[in-house]
Design a protein around this ligand. Structure first.
Ligand code: ADP
Length: 173
């Protein structure tokens, strides 16, 4: 039996996935798995994307690594894309959304500029990751959460922690 639900937190870079994942992990006891860090630490890469200025993820190696964690349960998976994760991985999916002017400032503060910055803003405006999630999972488990202010962060944390507690009660874990 799984020790807890598996949750996906996704969205464009800068929307607050890591901040939210960490808060939820602290308050729920679930384990935060940052897929970007996992790939970097294990060199799960398959080349370099010059245009996007980032390494290309070796999705098969990432999925192999995640398989046992998912079977164990109680994981918060944090990544800025989601279509390569199998549907069976997650009990619920949260897509964070940020107004583009706010996101612009966050990404500029992170040092993004030029095409990398504009591509990410466009990704958010076009709701690319939200649509990817809706295409990849049954729509009943996909929830969009605003992530513009610290109040948004607090209310999303609370909402998810309550959902986890309810899941554990319902599933006797
Ligand atoms: P991601 O993991 O999606 O790339 P981060 O969690 O690293 O995003 O957040 C990027 C930056 O934006 C951080 O400085 C974080 O403090 C800030 N941030 C994220 N979400 C919010 C929010 N809802 N309100 C205020 N600041 C936020």
């Amino acid at each position: 039996m799984k020790s807890g639900p598996n949750i996906l937190i996704t969205g464009t870079p800068g929307v607050g996935k890591s901040t939210l994942s960490q808060l939820v992990a602290e308050r729920s006891g679930l384990e935060w798995v940052n897929v970007g860090d996992l790939a970097r630490d294990n060199l799960f890469y398959d080349g370099y994307d010059e245009e996007r200025q980032c390494p290309i993820l070796d999705e098969d190696k990432v999925l192999d690594e995640l398989e046992d964690m998912i079977a164990e349960g109680g994981k918060i998976i944090d990544y800025h894309s989601c279509d390569f994760f199998p549907e069976r991985f997650f009990d619920i999916v949260f897509v964070l959304a940020t107004d583009n002017t706010i996101l612009y400032d966050r990404l500029a503060a992170r040092g993004y500029q030029g095409k990398k910055l504009s591509d990410n803003i466009e990704c958010e405006i076009m709701k690319v990751i939200r649509d990817e999630a809706l295409d990849s999972y049954v729509k009943e488990i996909v929830h969009e959460l605003p992530s513009n202010t610290p109040d948004d962060m607090e209310s999303s944390t609370e909402k998810i922690v309550l959902w986890i507690e309810a899941w554990k009660r319902d599933n006797g874990s």
